[in-house]
Design a protein around this ligand. Structure first.
Ligand code: CA
Length: 224
């Protein structure tokens, strides 16, 4: 697995390299927007870690250009700006996940794993934070604890695990899990999110299902 780091703070870029290489990833770092776009555009990387504030082109411009070039490499965007508007701008530009600096290295590694797993073809579990969702048994697992999900709970959870950073609206979840033609209403989504939160806390997971008004739900790793 090859990861490209585009980050002009060389100390941070180096520490990311060290961290990821210790986990067995191959990494390359570039320190300005233009080289970043050039390298990422090669399409040889499994993941791009992209800073927003960069000399040359900024992270949003790079993400937009890559997506316009039909480069589908997952993008994990890093920035000192953490406002909701910035998050939305990052995701709209084509980032798959948005992490605000300073970030916890465990959260960064969890995101990297989640984004790389989505790339893999023989996925039989999805991982976020300290928790995995076993796709064959429909079980949520956290350390030694595990809990079975009902069929609908599993469908909702899988959708959230597959799109941890995107805000999934109630309509989207409803359409995916219950189908357009069902009689289910948005209240069903709230009820199932409630069930899932109870199950996550029962296995002492550090994964939270976060609701943002009018936008929907996404996952976050909570720090103890
Ligand atoms: Ca920067």
């Amino acid at each position: 697995m090859k990861i490209l780091i585009i980050e002009d703070e060389t100390i941070l870029a180096e520490s990311l390299k060290t961290l990821l290489e210790a986990k067995g990833y191959e990494t390359e770092a570039v320190y300005d927007g233009k080289s970043g776009l050039e390298y990422a555009g090669l399409g040889i990387y499994d993941l791009v870690i992209l800073d927003v504030m960069l000399p040359g082109l900024d992270g949003y411009q790079i993400a937009k250009k890559l997506r316009a070039m039909k480069c589908g490499t997952p993008i994990l965007m890093l920035t000192a700006r953490s406002g909701l508007e910035d998050r939305i701008e990052g995701l709209d530009a084509g980032a798959d996940y948005y992490l605000a600096k300073p970030f916890d290295t465990r959260e960064l590694l969890a995101c990297v794993n989640a984004l790389l797993r989505r790339q893999g073809s023989q996925v039989n579990e999805l991982i976020f934070g300290n928790t995995s969702l076993d796709l064959s048994s429909g079980t949520l697992i956290c350390g030694k604890e595990n809990i079975r999900l009902s069929a609908k709970e599993f469908e909702v959870m899988r959708l959230l695990f597959q799109n941890p950073a995107r805000n999934l609206s109630k309509e989207t979840i409803l359409a995916h899990v219950w189908g357009y033609d069902s009689n289910a209403v948005e209240n069903h989504v709230e009820v199932y999110v409630g069930f899932l939160r109870k199950k996550l806390s029962a296995i002492r997971s550090n994964v939270a299902i976060v609701a943002i008004r009018r936008l929907g739900y996404h996952l976050e790793v909570t720090t103890p």
